[in-house]
Design a protein around this ligand. Structure first.
Ligand SMILES: NC(=O)c1ccc[n+]([C@@H]2O[C@H](COP(=O)([O-])OP(=O)(O)OC[C@H]3O[C@@H](n4cnc5c(N)ncnc54)[C@H](OP(=O)(O)O)[C@@H]3O)[C@@H](O)[C@H]2O)c1
Length: 284
């Protein structure tokens, strides 16, 4: 039986993965978070991989407070870059395979067609820069790793845009939402399923095609249209008003366009990706 370690298992994606792997009999999984395995502690990681005979590591741990990161640079890099390097080095030494999660924020958002894995990166925020640095140190320390860039992640767990909009729409008569940022939401349960399918593929085909991949749900939307759908599905009566980004200033810059091209991940692993509207309906 293969042993799968999920780091950051109390986060949105980690929690979805825990739920999913808990139902599978072919893998034994162990979930850790900062209280049980702090990835900034290098020695602890190596010891943990050996003790638990880990075959796969799915790294869901991250510093994800995008605006706070602008002032909290050192901690953001410590978790999003240095801890990923620690993990990569330990995994390489232990011959464990790493699936690491990254972000659409590695792009500057100036494109008008979906971003491919080979497109030039140009992060515009501390968070985006630290995540890009994490990708780079991981692929250097442990070239046999898969990096999945995702975007607009939400789940029934944790704090996220969907849960915030449901709450605000229940409390208020009107909500102003940015209408000129385009992207695709990702239901964390779908991404978790894709990750489990990648591990199953690797076991079945006895190959682990390392490198960078893009994953989000299918389709394209804006935060404004996404919110309208969230409110409609929740049966709430709230007037959603479109506003430009200039009327909603944030400390960290967001990409204006961050649709990800998913051809590579779909073709390599034979994945079928659900449409964002259908997945939103499943998230309660
Ligand atoms: N959320 C999004 O919209 C989004 C979009 C694109 C990509 N991503 C990427 O997707 C991945 C999963 O995101 P998510 O939203 O599931 O994140 P999340 O909910 O913030 O979960 C991250 C988890 O990592 C833990 N963690 C922090 N520092 C750690 C450390 N030193 N050692 C071990 N664990 C640590 C956190 O614990 P604490 O809560 O105690 O800090 C938290 O439980 C991340 O790589 C993120 O960058 C997210």
């Amino acid at each position: 039986m293969k042993h799968v370690l999920i780091t950051g298992a109390n986060g949105q994606l980690g929690s979805e993965l825990r739920d999913l792997l808990g139902q599978q009999s072919e893998f034994q999984f162990i979930g850790t978070d900062v209280d049980t395995l702090d990835l900034t502690n290098k020695e602890q990681i190596g010891q943990f991989l050996t003790e638990h005979n880990i075959d796969y590591v799915v790294n869901c741990a991250a510093y994800t407070a995008v605006d706070k990161a602008e002032d909290d640079v050192a901690l953001c890099y410590k978790i999003n870059r240095d801890a990923v390097q620690n993990l990569g080095e330990a995994a390489h030494a232990h011959k464990a395979r790493v699936i690491h999660v990254s972000t659409d924020y590695v792009f500057d958002g100036q494109a008008h067609t979906p971003y491919k894995e080979t497109d030039a990166v140009n992060p515009q925020s501390v968070y985006g820069k630290s995540k890009l640095a994490g990708e780079q140190v991981l692929l250097k320390a442990c070239p046999e790793s898969i990096v999945i860039r995702t975007a607009w992640l939400y789940s029934a767990y944790g704090t996220n845009f969907v849960k915030t909009m449901r709450r605000l729409a229940a409390e208020r008569d009107t909500l102003n939402v940015v209408c000129d940022q385009t992207g695709t939401p990702t239901y964390a349960a779908d991404l978790a399923q894709a990750i489990v399918s990648i591990i199953a593929f690797s076991e079945r085909e006895q190959t682990f095609p390392a490198g960078i991949y893009h994953y989000s749900n299918e389709g394209v939307t804006t935060w404004y249209d996404f919110t309208r759908k969230i409110v409609e599905l929740a049966g709430l009566d709230c007037d959603i008003k479109p506003i430009p980004t200039s009327e909603y200033p944030t400390k960290a810059a967001r990409p204006m366009y961050s649709v990800l091209d998913k051809s590579k991940i779909k073709k390599t692993f034979g994945l079928v990706v659900p449409k964002w509207e259908e997945s939103l309906e499943k998230c309660n």
